[in-house]
Design a protein around this ligand. Structure first.
Ligand code: AMP
Ligand code: GLY
Length: 430
């Protein structure tokens, strides 16, 4: 069968890599893909964008199954469009994708269904937001409502930062070195202390199948310093998600969410990613929902997945009231997987593009370099985005995985390359 992966980042490269391993697959197409997928004979990049165009292309090319990587097309209704044509697609409808695309929707949803999350209020008026901040004090968190590509969250340790964030988001104030985000609403929420983990599951509208646990590193620099990014590295499994935390996350967060969506008449299908904050007593709270796989979490998670992902997604999208994910169990490699993101100069602000990438290794059983922001220039891979590559490895423990990943990363070169040298540090310490 022919499969389409929508997107062109590291997450989509890893999805395509995993799907292509299935004996049932003839060809994996990526729209638009990247240099890594262009250079690999298992894949074919197609230059199609826009929800309607993608649907028409999939129909004309007899695509048996489509998997959507990023939130953009999901929030734009790509799943609704594909279903309208009777095409099989794995992802949430536009209405269900609001769990990610609208913070106000997801916070109200969690409150309505008793799902643990930080206390919050929503504001459209700057004056009311400022008054609320003064009442609550710091630390406090200010979030833009809407997709703001990681730039929409300010964890303010001082009230001054919090007031600035409100002016910036509601007033569209430009700050030096920052691209302005202006949004109609902000969410102001309680600061949660603890350790974060990414908890990602597959849903077929009713049944839920958890993926292996993982932890992302959102800050640019070692020791979690510097600005927030889309993610500088990840590993799986995440030790902080003990069996007890796992059971609580399923019972208190994931299952009530799926039931709640079903009850609200918006059955949830697709990957659901709960960003968890786990406090010292092991109690998980929901920081946010994403309606998709995490990037870079997907790269290490899929390297550990032994089960045929095509079979899983076919079960999840079986026509009918809901799928049959309840029939399945996922098998995982017992080793640790660890992914190190190599980013372009100036990421996350205005990453420089067009630098030649050399020293890419052959794919190995225990080491794959997934491409993200790359393009081809005269047949050679060059940088074309902020996060350029994700070096992903398997090893017996976190320390060995770090060693292997950094061995591979240090042999790859492009001008201005930057990467953290402490991915997995929380697990390596213990
Ligand atoms: P988000 O985009 O909502 O995941 O937020 C980005 C990052 O900001 C998260 O990964 C956390 O590190 C941090 N963050 C968000 N909300 C809170 C909160 N209520 N308390 C503490 N940190 C938070
Ligand atoms: N790595 C965080 C995300 O995908 O949202």
């Amino acid at each position: 069968m022919k499969i389409l992966v929508i997107g062109g980042g590291g997450r989509e490269h890893a999805l395509a890599w995993k799907l292509a391993q299935s004996a049932r697959v003839k060809r994996v197409y990526l729209a638009p893909g990247n240099a890594g997928t262009a250079l690999d004979s298992r894949f074919e990049n197609v230059n199609v964008t826009g929800v309607e165009e993608l649907g028409a292309w999939a129909l004309a090319n007899k695509i048996a199954l489509t998997v959507v990587g990023p939130e953009g097309p999901l929030a734009a209704g790509v799943v609704d469009e594909f279903r309208k044509h009777g095409l099989r697609v794995f992802g949430p409808s536009r209405a269900a994708a609001q769990l990610e695309s609208s913070k106000a929707f997801s916070k109200a949803f969690m409150q309505r269904h008793g799902i643990p999350t930080a206390d919050y209020e929503t504001f459209t008026e700057a004056a009311a937001a400022h008054a609320y901040l003064d009442r609550k004090g710091s630390p406090i968190v200010v979030k833009a409502d809407g997709l703001a590509a990681g730039k929409g969250v300010v964890v303010a340790m001082t009230l001054e930062e919090a007031h600035q964030a409100v002016d910036f988001m509601l007033g569209g104030l430009q700050q030096p070195g920052q691209t302005g985000v202006q949004v109609p609403r902000v969410v102001i929420e309680e600061f949660l202390a603890g350790e974060e983990a990414s908890f990602i599951v597959l849903c077929d509208g009713r049944n839920v199948l958890p993926l292996a646990t993982s932890q992302d590193h959102k800050r640019l620099l070692n020791d979690d310093q510097g600005p927030n990014t889309g993610g500088m590295g990840a590993y799986s499994p995440a030790a902080v998600v003990t069996p007890d935390v796992h059971a609580r996350a399923m019972r208190e967060i994931i299952l009530p969410t799926i039931r709640g969506m079903e009850k609200d008449g918006i059955a949830y299908t697709g990957f659901l990613y709960a960003g968890l904050m786990i406090d010292a007593s092991g109690r998980p709270k929901t920081l946010e929902f994403n309606c998709r796989l995490g990037d870079p979490e997907t790269q290490p998670i899929l390297m550990r997945l032994k089960t045929d992902l095509v079979e899983v997604l076919l079960a999840a999208t079986e026509p009918g009231l809901h799928g049959r994910l309840d029939d399945l169990e996922l098998q995982w490699d017992r080793r640790t997987a660890l992914g190190v993101v190599m980013a372009a100069q100036n990421y996350p602000m205005q990453p420089r593009q067009g630098d030649l990438i050399t020293g890419l290794p052959e794919e190995a059983e225990d080491a794959v370099v997934f491409h993200a922001g790359t393009a081809l220039k005269d047949g050679q891979p060059v940088t074309a985005g902020g996060r350029v590559l994700c070096v992903t490895v398997l090893a017996d423990n976190v320390r060995q995985a770090q060693q292997r990943a950094y061995e591979v990363a240090s042999a790859i070169h492009f001008d201005g390359k930057q990467y953290r040298t402490d991915i997995g540090h929380r697990a390596a310490r213990s």
